[in-house]
Design a binder for this molecule. Structure first.
Ligand code: SF4
Ligand code: SF3
Length: 544
C-alpha cells in the first residue's frame, strides 16, 4: 500500500499520482490529513444540505468554514499538519452542532457522523478515506473532477467572503456537490451532469468575486507596472488575497517601508484604490515557482496570503509569514477571520530591520485589461477586428508551473502571427508577459485581465464580442490554449465548458484524474484536446 495518494495537480508524479511524497513537497501525513479534512467537510456539507432541505437557514459561518477547508487543501496552500488537524477538529464540532439542529437525523452517511478526535485514530482513518476509496475508476474520476472544481470555486468564494460578500446559492451548491460525491447511488451520467453544474456555479462564483473586488477597489485599468526596486526595505506580498493586501498597505503607509507584489498579486497594481499608496512600488519577480531565488534576494519579509508556497528555504524561513488558508510549519501565521482586522505590526517591524530588495530586473509591464477596461476600448477592438488588423484572439489563461515542457507557452507566444492578440489571466502570463510582442494600433498583444479568477473577465469579453458580431461564442475568432496546474484552473475550465466554449486545448498534459472514459466524454462533447508541438498547434489554430 502506498503512503498517500494525490493526483490533483498537473505536476503529479509520472502523471499518475504522488504515492510516497508530493512532487510539491507535501509529505504523506499532510496529504492524508488533507484527505480526512475533505472527508469531514463532505460529511459536514451533507448535514448542511439536509438542514436546508428541512427549511432551516444555514449560518454564514458554516458556509465560510466549508470554503476555507476546501481552500486549505488546494495545491501549495498549506503544508502544516497541525493547522490541518485543527481545521478537522473545528469542523467536527461545527458538524455536531449543525446535526443537532436537524429534525431528522436518519440516513446520515458515515462521513456525516464521524466525530473521532484522537490524533492516532484520525491518522489511521485518514489513510482510508482518500481518492482510492472509490473503486470504480470513472466514478472516482468524476468525483475528483467535481471535488477539484469545487475546491477552486471555494478559493474564489473565500476571497469574496473576505470582502464581506456572500452568494448563498453558490455555497449551497458547493455543499450539495460535496455531499453528492459521497453518494453511491449516483451514476456516471448523474456525475457528468453535476460536473457541468459545477462549471455553471463557477461562473456565478467568479461573478460574485468580480463584483466584490471591483466594488471594493474599482475597475482594473490599464497600468504600467514597475518591475524594478527602490532603496527602502520592502515587504513582498504573494498569493491572491486583495483584502489582506489592502490591510497591509494601510497599516504600513507611514512605516518607511515599501510594498511589492509577487506572482498572482501583480494584478493588485491595476486597481485604482491601491494606486494612492506611494509606498506601493510595483511587482518583484515572476510566477510562484521562482520564489526560492526571488524570496532570498528580496531580503525583506514575505506575506503569503494563499497558495502557491513551495517548500520554504532556510535562507528566508524566518522572513516568511502566512495568513488565511496558507500555512507552513515553522513560519509565523497571522490570524484573522472574515471581517476581522488582521494585525501586521510584527511583519512591518521586521521589514524595518531588513536590507532593501536586490534588484533583479528593471522596466515595466502593462496590464489591467479586465472586462470594464476592454469594453471601454470596445470600439477600437471591434474596428481592429473588422479591418483585419486583429485576426485572432488566443486565450492563454491559467497557471504556470515548473515542468520544463512549459517553455511551450513562451515559444507559442513568440510563434504567433503578428495579427494575433493574447488574452490572459492567472500566472501563466509570466511565460510571455515580458516578451517584446508589441501592439496592434495601440492595443497591446498581451492583454492581461488579472488573476486566475479574472478569467471570468475573458468570458465576459467573449460574450460581448459575440453580441457585437451577432454570432455564437464558438464562431468568434477566438481560440483557447489553456495552461493548468492547480484546482483553480479546473473551475475555470469547467466554467468555460458551461458557457458552451468548445475545442479548448489544455496543457502541458491532460489531468491524471481524468479516466479514459471521462476523457472520451470531454473530447466527444466539448472537443477538449491536449496541446501538441508549437508548430502543430500554430498550424491548427491559424490554418484558415
Ligand atoms: Fe502531487 Fe500535486 Fe498532490 Fe502535490 S498537489 S501531492 S504534487 S498531485
Ligand atoms: Fe498561479 Fe498558483 Fe494557478 Fe492563480 S498562483 S494561477 S498556479
Amino acid at each position: 500500500m502506498s503512503d498517500m495518494f494525490c493526483y490533483q495537480c498537473q505536476e503529479t508524479a509520472r502523471n499518475t499520482g504522488c504515492t510516497r511524497v508530493g512532487v510539491c513537497g507535501k509529505n504523506a501525513q499532510v496529504a492524508n490529513l488533507q484527505d480526512l479534512l475533505i472527508y469531514v467537510t463532505k460529511g459536514y456539507s451533507e448535514v448542511l444540505m439536509k438542514l436546508r432541505a428541512e427549511g432551516t437557514q444555514v449560518d454564514k459561518e458554516d458556509n465560510h468554514r466549508v470554503s476555507l477547508n476546501l481552500f486549505t487543501t488546494i495545491t501549495n496552500a498549506n503544508f502544516d499538519s497541525e493547522a490541518i488537524r485543527a481545521r478537522i477538529n473545528e469542523t467536527i464540532d461545527a458538524k455536531k452542532a449543525a446535526a443537532s439542529r436537524l429534525k431528522d437525523r436518519s440516513g446520515l452517511s458515515e462521513a456525516a457522523i464521524y466525530t473521532e478526535k484522537d490524533p492516532a485514530a484520525q491518522d489511521e482513518k485518514a489513510k482510508t478515506v482518500g481518492v482510492l476509496a472509490t473503486e470504480n475508476e470513472d466514478i472516482r474520476s468524476l468525483r475528483e473532477l467535481i471535488t477539484y472544481g469545487v475546491k477552486g470555486l471555494a478559493a474564489y468564494t473565500k476571497h469574496a467572503n473576505a470582502l464581506l460578500q456572500d452568494n448563498e446559492e453558490v455555497d449551497a451548491f458547493m455543499q450539495e456537490a460535496m455531499a453528492k460525491t459521497l453518494d453511491d447511488r449516483l451514476s456516471v451520467d448523474d456525475l457528468v451532469q453535476l460536473t457541468l453544474d459545477t462549471g455553471a456555479h463557477g461562473v456565478k462564483g467568479m461573478a460574485t468575486l468580480d463584483a466584490a473586488n471591483t466594488g471594493a477597489y474599482g475597475n482594473p485599468e490599464i497600468t504600467k507596472v514597475n518591475i524594478g526596486t527602490r532603496n527602502k526595505p520592502g515587504i513582498l506580498v504573494s498569493g491572491h488575497d486583495l483584502r489582506d493586501f489592502e490591510m497591509l498597505l494601510e497599516q504600513s503607509k507611514d512605516a518607511g517601508v515599501d510594498i511589492y507584489t509577487h506572482s498572482e498579486m501583480l494584478p493588485a497594481n491595476y486597481y485604482p484604490a491601491f494606486k494612492k499608496y506611494d509606498h506601493f512600488v510595483g511587482n518583484y519577480g515572476g510566477s510562484w515557482w521562482h520564489q526560492k531565488e526571488e524570496f532570498a534576494s528580496f531580503n525583506g519579509p514575505i506575506l503569503m496570503t494563499t497558495n502557491c508556497i513551495v517548500p520554504v528555504q532556510d535562507s528566508y524561513k524566518d522572513r516568511l509569514y502566512t495568513t488565511g488558508a496558507a500555512g507552513y510549519p515553522g513560519c509565523k501565521h497571522i490570524p484573522g477571520g472574515i471581517g476581522e482586522e488582521k494585525d501586521f505590526t510584527e511583519l512591518i517591524e521586521h521589514a524595518k530591520k531588513t536590507e532593501p530588495p536586490t534588484e533583479i530586473e528593471t522596466g515595466e509591464i502593462v496590464g489591467g485589461f479586465a472586462h470594464a477596461q476592454v469594453l471601454a476600448l470596445a470600439d477600437k477592438v471591434v474596428d481592429a477586428v473588422k479591418s483585419g488588423a486583429i485576426k485572432k484572439f488566443v486565450v492563454m489563461a491559467g497557471c504556470d508551473g515548473r515542468n520544463k515542457d512549459r517553455s511551450y507557452y513562451t515559444e507559442f507566444a513568440e510563434a504567433l502571427p503578428e495579427d494575433a492578440v493574447i488574452l490572459t489571466a492567472g500566472c501563466a502570463k509570466y511565460r510571455y508577459n515580458k516578451l517584446p510582442l508589441g501592439d496592434i494600433g495601440g492595443i497591446p498583444r498581451v492583454l492581461d485581465a488579472g488573476q486566475c479568477n479574472d478569467s471570468y473577465s475573458l468570458a465576459v469579453i467573449a460574450m460581448k464580442l459575440a453580441e457585437v458580431f451577432e454570432t455564437d461564442i464558438n464562431e468568434l475568432p477566438i481560440v483557447y490554449n489553456i495552461a493548468w496546474y492547480e484546482q483553480k484552473a479546473v473551475i475555470v475550465l469547467l466554467a468555460l465548458l458551461s458557457l458552451g466554449v468548445k475545442n479548448i486545448h489544455l496543457g502541458p498534459t491532460l489531468p491524471a484524474f481524468l479516466s479514459p472514459n471521462v476523457t472520451k466524454v470531454l473530447v466527444e462533447n466539448f472537443g477538449i484536446a491536449p496541446n501538441k508541438t508549437v508548430e502543430e498547434d500554430i498550424n491548427l489554430f491559424f490554418a484558415s
